[in-house]
Design a protein around this ligand. Structure first.
Ligand SMILES: Nc1ncnc2c1ncn2[C@@H]1O[C@H](COP(=O)(O)OP(=O)(O)O)[C@@H](O)[C@H]1O
Ligand SMILES: [Mg+2]
Length: 299
């Protein structure tokens, strides 16, 4: 196991006889239907303290539906959710948060036209009393925010700066450090890197590792195996609402993961299409070659 387990993680005997921590959060045989659409069918997943569980799959695979059942947005139609090994029925996202499950949604993570420090607290600002009157303790709020962001390796020189002026990676950092500060034991990130470039994605992945090393359990949702593999301890592949495969890191390599994700044949077809579209353009040729390599499982 990588990272530091949470100090209070309870321990049980694994089938092999060695003690293992009980998962912080677990889905067991979860199904979710929207009318005739099967969003999830018999999906199981677990996240442990100090581990990163990656959920991979194309658009429509059921990734968001899965995290919505885990974060209390809606209940599963079948199966169960367990916190610390105990079955639970969340009445809503607020109750999930009270159990330390924090979800960072891709687009709603921060409010662009609001300062960094206000975004960090979003209604949970520290207050100070003067007789019967309570004041917002702005000074303290800004200090806390600066310290917490510094832990993520980000130096915020002006707390009044609008979040909208930060880079995509920094915005994700505000959302992640806020979740960690307010006591999240499980951090769920829905496609945090999908709108980011290579360097910014790298920074977000570094925060994922930082949260892991603080003993948090992390669920990272992505459709990019090259983002998932370096940081993940477990990989759950979804396709059309079903689990295609569930692996620990020592059971699969990045080439196999990539192949399973897209399906080698589909990648080869796409590579062929690209080559046909732009045989004279170096960028297209390069992309086509990369796809062909992925399809063949060479990285
Ligand atoms: N609220 C909803 N109402 C009806 N269908 C939905 C709803 N949410 C998701 N779906 C359907 O469930 C399937 C899985 O969607 P989703 O979980 O959003 O996938 P992903 O996040 O992997 O792209 C899709 O076919 C989608 O259209
Ligand atoms: Mg989604």
């Amino acid at each position: 196991m990588t990272g530091n387990p949470a100090p209070n993680a309870s321990v049980q005997e694994a089938p092999g006889g060695s003690p293992r921590a009980v998962p912080l959060l677990e889905a067991r045989h979860v199904s979710k239907y929207f009318g005739s659409v099967i969003a999830l069918r018999d999906v199981s997943l677990e996240v442990r303290a100090g581990e990163v569980t990656c959920v991979l799959g194309d658009n429509g695979a059921g990734k968001s539906s899965l995290i919505k059942t885990l974060s209390g947005v809606f209940p599963p139609d079948e199966g169960e959710i367990l916190v610390d090994g105990n079955p639970i029925h969340f009445s809503g996202p607020r109750e999930a948060r009270a159990h330390g499950i924090a979800t960072v949604f891709q687009d709603l993570a921060t409010v662009p036209m609001m300062s960094v420090w206000r975004n960090f607290f979003l209604g949970q600002e520290p207050t100070r009393s003067f007789g019967p009157i309570r004041f917002l303790d702005q000074g303290r709020a800004k200090d806390v925010m600066k310290v917490e962001m510094a832990k993520m390796g980000i130096n915020v020189s002006d707390p009044n700066q609008y979040v909208g002026t930060l880079s995509g990676g920094e915005r994700q950092a505000v959302a992640i450090s806020r979740a960690v500060y307010f006591g999240a034991r499980v951090l769920i990130l829905d496609e945090p890197t999908s709108a980011l470039g290579v360097r910014q994605s790298g920074i977000v992945l570094k925060y994922v590792l930082q949260a892991r090393d603080m003993g948090r359990g992390v669920i990272l949702i992505t459709h990019n195996p090259h983002h998932a593999y370096p940081v993940g301890d477990r990989f759950v592949l979804l396709k059309l609402g079903r689990v295609m495969g569930s692996y620990t890191k020592d059971q699969i390599n990045v080439a196999e993961l990539t192949q399973m994700m897209a399906g080698g044949e589909e990648l080869a077809q796409l590579s062929h299409e690209l080559q046909r579209l732009g045989p004279d353009q170096p960028a297209i040729r390069e992309a086509a070659q990369e796809l062909a390599q992925d399809a063949a499982g060479e990285i």
